[in-house]
Ligand binder design. Structure first.
Ligand SMILES: [Zn+2]
Length: 65
């Protein structure tokens, strides 16, 4: 019986070394912690913004700094 099935997949959750979107290798610690490269992360932000804009009846009065 195997009794050491503890932490074999946890490493993937703790640290992504490649972009989850496009699979590109990440170098910046910031990107690794995020799990998404800067380019894809920006797309995600724009995508979310588009979703919110589509869901909301009126656009946000002021962009968050
Ligand atoms: Zn990517």
């Amino acid at each position: 019986m195997e009794s050491d099935s503890v932490s074999s997949s946890r490493a993937d959750e703790l640290e992504w070394r490649s972009c989850r979107k496009c699979g590109r290798s990440l170098r910046k610690k910031e990107s690794i912690e995020r799990g998404i490269g800067p380019v894809c992360f920006r797309r995600v932000l724009e995508f979310n913004a588009a979703l919110q804009a589509a869901a909301a009846p009126v656009p946000a009065p002021a962009p968050a700094a």
